[in-house]
Design a protein around this ligand. Structure first.
Ligand code: 4AZ
Length: 249
């Protein structure tokens, strides 16, 4: 994934190792029953490589960089499976279409949203898109979910995990990242680090007030001090996403 490539380049350039607790990204296991709209993208070998959010019975919102040239082809979208190793759980649905935001170039440049169309409808409950600007106020408690790495250099998670991360102010995030663009992105995390999304969580949900406010997109490493996670700002792309929910492919 592009964000990971950039993170790797930054690390090799001597940006430094993680200063936060390298043991975990934080958070804990959560149940799929409580988050039925949390889905993952699997490659042709069945390996999970990104997350997503069910937003309609045949539509999954993910990150555009999960569908790009640097990402594997999405072979299946897996719904209702908390444990990646238990194929009896949930369903693995085929993909019949992928819409990527036309302005997307890389995670760090914004427009990191894509809508995947499933080959058949799932009965799992979709999550609504944020429309209330108040959900983006600094300090709002948000929950990020995924099966990604539980530490910067570690393995991805077998089970679905969730972490509560406060929304970071645009001013603060701009101080952390020169590439931060408030209209395209929203940041979440704690100043001291230790709580974050990581590689493999990309495309997955950031939820506040029972609505989807962000799509996991990028960051420098994972859970580093002063380096919050960066998410695509769903409210900005809401109309473009909703338009895709009415298309067949
Ligand atoms: C990635 O490469 C990635 N710490 C996802 C999230 C974050 C960094 C990298 C945020 O998929």
């Amino acid at each position: 994934m592009r964000a990971f490539v950039v993170a790797l380049v930054l690390a090799l350039a001597g940006a430094g190792a993680a200063s936060a607790d390298p043991r975990v990204v934080g958070g804990s296991r959560v149940s799929i029953g409580d988050h039925p709209w949390a889905v993952y993208l699997a490659d042709s070998s069945g390996n999970q490589f990104c997350g997503g959010t069910l937003v309609a019975p045949t539509k999954v919102l993910t990150a555009a960089h999960c569908t790009g040239a640097f990402a594997p082809t999405i072979a299946r979208v897996v719904v209702g499976r908390e444990d990646k190793t238990d194929a009896r759980q949930g369903e693995a649905l085929p993909v019949v279409g992928v819409w990527r935001h036309p302005a997307h170039q890389s995670a760090e440049r914004g427009s990191d949203v894509a809508v995947v169309t499933l080959g058949r409808a799932t009965s799992a409950s979709p999550l609504g898109l944020a429309d209330d600007p108040a959900l983006y106020e600094a300090g709002t408690a948000a929950v990020a979910l995924g099966w990604g790495r539980t530490s910067e250099q570690g393995a991805t998670s077998r089970y679905l995990r969730g972490v509560t991360v406060p929304v970071v102010s645009d001013e603060s995030c701009a101080a952390s990242y020169s590439l931060f663009r408030p209209e395209a992105m929203v940041c979440a995390g704690v100043p001291e680090g230790g709580l974050d999304t990581c590689q493999g969580d990309s495309g997955g949900p950031l939820v506040a007030g029972g609505r989807l406010i962000g799509v996991t997109s990028w960051g420098e490493g994972c859970a580093r001090k002063g380096k919050p996670g960066v998410y695509a700002r769903v409210s900005t792309y809401r109309a473009a996403i909703v338009e895709q929910l009415h298309t067949a492919g």
